[in-house]
Design a protein around this ligand. Structure first.
Ligand SMILES: Nc1nc2c(c(=O)[nH]1)N[C@H]1C(S)=C(S)[C@@H](COP(=O)(O)O)O[C@H]1N2
Ligand SMILES: [Mo]
Length: 332
């Protein structure tokens, strides 16, 4: 994000209309009015034949397939096409351009996967991802994702509420923050290797504990009825829809409960540009991007699809109370 200039959107970042026409997706059987209804995730979206399939490990498949659609955490807005979600990515471990992750992450090894739980909690240790996820019913939630670069898309994620997972570790009264760390594996992640690297690795993000426990905060293991593609942060990633996308850290290997505010990657790299809170806020511009509007993908030169940005990305009813009394211009 540091490398972008304000007035230039590279044409390579704007997916052409023809791509969408070639790759139209057909949805079937997803109308749901009940609060929670079966999704049969792997069959819910009929992807066009050339779309890559991400099935995930055997143990995850039935959990994904049994995912329930959670209508309380959904939206009627148009989904971004699958092809768009899996080819327009920010995942600097695999390169700086939007297309690098989908090209370079395909061999990324995501199974077996383990996650270290550390810090201010009664139950800590290293857990196999399978054991972390197996107690929970997976659900599908359709969220807006708003990048600080002023583009956004609507994505149907599959996963579990973050709070449900965190509570199981019994965080203690000193647990004021939750820190998340991405895998460090330069032999697999070319962006982590030296010279062209813009960030300190591994990538780290964090939430205040009450943010992490908010019902909107989500751990995703899939999208569009499939397992999480590697370029989107397989095998599991955070999704915090009311914050800029950089908070939604991918491919997590460590979760740590802390008393002090953790040092996070983008905040420490450019503290005047990327705040710790990073709540979507049309009232506070980034030095290089106005945050008043956003380009909702799919967008093209002829149909840029610019829309107004909403405070908290439209999730104010659910989360504004977390910040009552805080000056959000200061705590941006
Ligand atoms: N580990 C890691 N997580 C990351 C990033 C990254 O570079 N590395 N990029 C972030 C940014 S800036 C955005 S906008 C979202 C993009 O998620 P997507 O590619 O699934 O759309 O991932 C976030 N999570
Ligand atoms: Mo982003």
């Amino acid at each position: 994000m540091l490398i972008k200039k304000p007035d230039t959107i590279k044409s390579s970042e704007i997916t052409s209309e023809s791509v969408y026409q070639q790759r139209r997706l057909f949805m079937k059987g997803v109308a749901a009015t009940l609060a929670v209804s079966p999704l049969s995730a792997l069959a819910a979206y009929e992807l066009e034949s050339e779309a890559p399939r991400y099935l995930g490990p055997d143990w995850m498949r039935s959990a994904l397939n049994d995912a329930k659609k959670n209508a309380a955490f959904s939206t009627q807005e148009k989904l971004a096409p699958y092809s768009n979600i899996i080819t327009h990515n920010n995942f600097y471990e695999f390169g700086l351009s939007k297309q690098d992750p989908s090209r370079r992450a395909q061999g990324f090894k995501t199974d077996p996967w383990s996650v270290a739980i550390e810090g201010e909690a009664a139950k800590t240790g290293v857990f196999a991802l399978e054991d972390l996820l197996s107690p929970y019913q997976m659900e599908e939630r359709i969220y807006r994702l708003r990048c600080v670069e002023a583009w956004s898309m609507v994505i149907p994620w599959i996963g579990i509420p973050l709070a449900d997972m965190l509570k199981r570790f019994e965080p203690n009264s000193k647990a004021k923050y939750v820190e998340f760390t991405t895998l460090y594996a330069p032999e697999q992640m070319p962006g982590q290797k030296g010279v062209f690297s813009t960030l300190d690795w591994p990538y780290v993000e964090a939430l205040r504990i009450d943010e992490a426990m908010n019902p909107l905060a989500f751990m995703a293991t899939g999208l569009y009825g499939q397992a999480m593609p590697p370029q989107n942060g397989a095998p599991f990633r955070l999704v915090v829809p009311w914050k800029y996308g950089f908070k939604s850290i991918k491919s997590i290997v460590k979760i740590r409960f802390t008393e002090e505010m953790p040092i996070t990657t983008w905040n420490s790299s450019a503290p005047k540009e990327y705040g710790f809170y990073a709540n979507v806020n049309p009232g506070v511009d980034h030095p290089r991007w106005t945050q008043k509007t956003e380009r909702r993908l799919p967008s093209s030169l002829f149909s840029p699809n610019i829309i107004d940005t909403q405070p908290f990305n439209g999730y104010g009813d659910e989360v504004a109370h977390l910040y009552s009394g805080m000056d959000l211009r200061k705590w941006f």
